[in-house]
Design a binder for this molecule. Structure first.
Ligand SMILES: [Zn+2]
Length: 332
C-alpha cells in the first residue's frame, strides 16, 4: 500500500473538492460561483458546525439568500467539477445562530424544527460520510483562521479575505502583506520494541484512555528529529528505524498529524513531563486482556492514533481493536 492509500484510510483525508487555485484569483469567476444554482453553504458557528437532528446544515443558494450574514463567505472548492452536478461549496460563519438562522425556520423543510443546534465536529463525525467529514474539517480549519487572524502581523491594520478566503491581505495600501492560513504540524508515533507497543496516558484524559505519543514539530528540525526528541522528552526512551506511516488533517483547531513508526532501543522509561500520567509496554495479548478488564481504552477510531495502534494490533492478532472495544463517543 502506498502512502496516499494509507492516508486515505484516515478520517478527514478525502478530497471531494477541486480547490481551483487558478480560477479563484479571478473576481468575476468567484462572484459567478457565489450565485451558482448548485452552490452549497456549510454553516459554522466558530468551532462548531450547525445541524438539525443527525443532519449537518448545508444550505442551498435560495436558503442562503434568506439570511443576513455579515461575514464574508469563503469558497472551499468545487464539487463534481466539470459535470452536470458541478457545485461550488462555501463555508459561512454565524456568531449568533438563533438570530442569524431564524428566517430558515419558516421554510417547509424545517417545519418540524424549533432551533438549529451547534455541535463540535468531533462529536458529530459519526453522522457524516467521509467526503462530508473532510469538507467540514477543511471548513473548520479555515474558519478558525478567519476568526482568530484578523490583523496584519507586520503593521497591525485589518485584513481582507482574498481569493475566496484562502488568503488574507493587509488593508493598508503601504503594506499589502499577505497572510496564509496557519497549520500546526505534529508528529504522532507508534513506538514498539519486539512484540510490545508503548502506550501512554495524558493527565487530562479520561481514566483508562491510552494512546501513542505525539508532539508539535519545532522550528528548524526534521520530522524524524521531532519524533526522536518528543519520545525522549516524554518518556526518556531512545528510538531508531523511524518511518513515515500516513497523515491526517486534525481540525482541533488547526493541526496536521504526521504519523510515524519507530523502534525503541531500550525499554526502560522515565516519565519526563508532567502531562504524561502513565505509560506502559504491552503485547497484543496483554492489550486484549486490559481492554476486556476495561482498564485500557484505545483512542476513538476517527484519530490517526487509533490507526497506528490498530494496524500493529491487526498484524499481531488478525483481529481489530473494535472486536474487543466498542467505540465510545468522543469525550473532551
Ligand atoms: Zn500590514
Amino acid at each position: 500500500m502506498d502512502h496516499l492509500s494509507r492516508s486515505l484510510l484516515n478520517t478527514f483525508t478525502a478530497q471531494p473538492l477541486d480547490r481551483v487555485a487558478h480560477g479563484r484569483k479571478d473576481k468575476d469567476w468567484l462572484s459567478a460561483q457565489a450565485n451558482h444554482r448548485n452552490a452549497r453553504f456549510l454553516v459554522l458557528n466558530k468551532h462548531n458546525l450547525m445541524a438539525y437532528g443527525q443532519q449537518p446544515l448545508i444550505l442551498s443558494l435560495a436558503q442562503f439568500q434568506q439570511l443576513d450574514v455579515s461575514e464574508p463567505t469563503a469558497l472551499l472548492g468545487v464539487k463534481d467539477k466539470g459535470t452536470e452536478q458541478e457545485s461550488p461549496v462555501f463555508k459561512i460563519n454565524v456568531n449568533d445562530p438563533d438570530t442569524a438562522l431564524a428566517p430558515l425556520l419558516n421554510n417547509p423543510e424545517f417545519a418540524d424544527i424549533e432551533a438549529f443546534e451547534a455541535h463540535p465536529l468531533r462529536g458529530f463525525v459519526h453522522c457524516l460520510d467521509g467526503d462530508t467529514a473532510s469538507m467540514y474539517s477543511y471548513a473548520s480549519i479555515l474558519n478558525h483562521w478567519h476568526q482568530t487572524t484578523r490583523f496584519c502581523t507586520r503593521c497591525g491594520s485589518g485584513l481582507v479575505q482574498k481569493e475566496g478566503g484562502v488568503i488574507q491581505q493587509c488593508s493598508n495600501d503601504d503594506c499589502r502583506h499577505i497572510e496564509f492560513p496557519r497549520i500546526n504540524s505534529a508528529v504522532i508515533m507508534r513506538v514498539t520494541n519486539g512484540e510490545k507497543i508503548l502506550l501512554a496516558r495524558q493527565e487530562t484524559w479520561p481514566e483508562g484512555r491510552y494512546s501513542v505519543l505525539a508532539g508539535f514539530v519545532e522550528v528548524g528540525e526534521t520530522l524524524e528529529h521531532a519524533v526522536q526528541r518528543e519520545v525522549m522528552e516524554e518518556v526518556n526512551v531512545p528510538v531508531e528505524n523511524i518511518n513515515y506511516h500516513s497523515c491526517q488533517p486534525w481540525p482541533f483547531p488547526n493541526s496536521l498529524m504526521l504519523g510515524y513508526t519507530a523502534e525503541a532501543s531500550a525499554t526502560e522509561f522515565e516519565l519526563e513531563q508532567d502531562d504524561i500520567a502513565e505509560a506502559m509496554w504491552l503485547t497484543a495479548d496483554e492489550l486484549i486482556e486490559k481492554m476486556r478488564e476495561g482498564t485500557v481504552m484505545p483512542p476513538p477510531n476517527l484519530s490517526i492514533s487509533y490507526r497506528l495502534i490498530n494496524d500493529w494490533f491487526a498484524e499481531k492478532t488478525g483481529t481489530q481493536l473494535s472486536d474487543y472495544q466498542p467505540e465510545a463517543p468522543w469525550q473532551d
